[in-house]
Write a protein that binds this ligand. Structure first.
Ligand SMILES: Nc1ncnc2c1ncn2[C@@H]1O[C@H](COP(=O)(O)OP(=O)(O)OP(=O)(O)O)[C@@H](O)[C@H]1O
Length: 261
């Protein structure tokens, strides 16, 4: 990848769901660009197309028209041979850690699973996997001695989400995608997780972060740029500070007013 090539780029993406009279436009000619080392937040009201855009960018969902490139190469659909390799490069974090973590597995097993899947390809021994997983737990602020053997049911929401973050970063991905990572947490757990994300970004300055969030307070503290979606259309896009301080559209102003920043 040359210095000027974005890590992830979507150009002129449209996406329809359904057929005939049920056909619905979920994304309408949206373009998006994510540079290595940067954090882009996708914001917008419910049903505005945030998750659909993220799924299309990850190659989890085909677009109806437009193109997506990762590292300058086309992102292919679920049936193509390149799909698996591309997905394995991204760490994914979801809204509810109790739904995304296997309740039967202690933290160390959950965190190590992505490495286990790739152990042969990466030439990792069981010892390597354990060591890297313990480091990932430490990086999210969980003492491995206390948490390695802990099951999700014995964790708070914030601790469980940090286990999910450790699992997402354990492969040292170039892209981290977080879909409403804080929305199931209370205020103090949110602040802790914000700190965790900050220290991960400092430790891994080349990693790009794509975040979907309703929460403009979180976005304000994490994102370098904001892309605002409304009804499947790109409403505005720009540096976080300027979009929040001087929003160009009434739609963005209403999102900010609702968030009472
Ligand atoms: N698999 C699907 N089949 C049909 N319609 C869908 C599908 N997925 C999403 N949609 C529709 O596409 C539009 C965008 O949905 P999407 O989930 O991307 O919005 P969102 O901004 O992520 O919403 P939320 O914040 O509520 O999660 C919505 O009208 C939704 O109903």
């Amino acid at each position: 990848m040359s210095a000027s090539t974005p890590l992830l780029q979507g150009q002129d993406i449209s996406k329809f769901f359904g057929k005939g009279s049920q056909r619905q436009l979920a994304l309408d000619h949206v373009s998006v660009c994510l540079e290595a080392g940067s954090c882009l937040a996708l914001v917008g009201g419910s049903g505005s197309g945030k998750s659909t855009l993220a799924r299309v960018l990850l190659g989890l969902e085909p677009c109806s028209s437009g193109s997506v490139t990762y590292d300058g190469k086309p992102v292919s659909g679920p049936n193509s041979p390149g799909y698996r390799a591309e997905r394995l490069e991204a760490g994914l974090i979801f809204q509810n850690p109790f739904a995304s973590l296997d309740p039967r597995w202690p933290a160390l097993r959950s965190v190590s699973e992505p490495l286990r899947i790739q152990a042969r390809r990466l030439g990792l021994s069981a010892q390597d996997i354990r060591a890297r997983s313990l480091v990932a737990l430490e990086q999210v602020g969980l003492d491995p001695e206390r948490f390695a053997g802990r099951f999700p049911a014995d964790c708070s929401g914030g601790q469980a989400q940090r286990i999910a973050v450790a699992r997402a970063i354990v492969t040292n991905p170039r892209l981290l995608v977080a879909d409403e990572p804080m929305s199931s947490l209370d205020v103090s757990a949110r602040l802790n997780l914000l700190d965790t994300f900050r220290s991960i970004r400092q430790a891994r300055p080349d990693m790009a972060l794509l975040m979907i969030s309703h929460d403009l307070g979180v976005v304000q503290h994490m994102a370098d740029r904001i892309l605002v979606l409304g009804d499947g259309r790109l409403v505005e896009e720009g540096p976080t500070g300027s979009v929040l301080a001087t929003p160009a559209s009434a739609y963005t102003r209403s999102l900010i007013a609702a968030a009472s920043l």
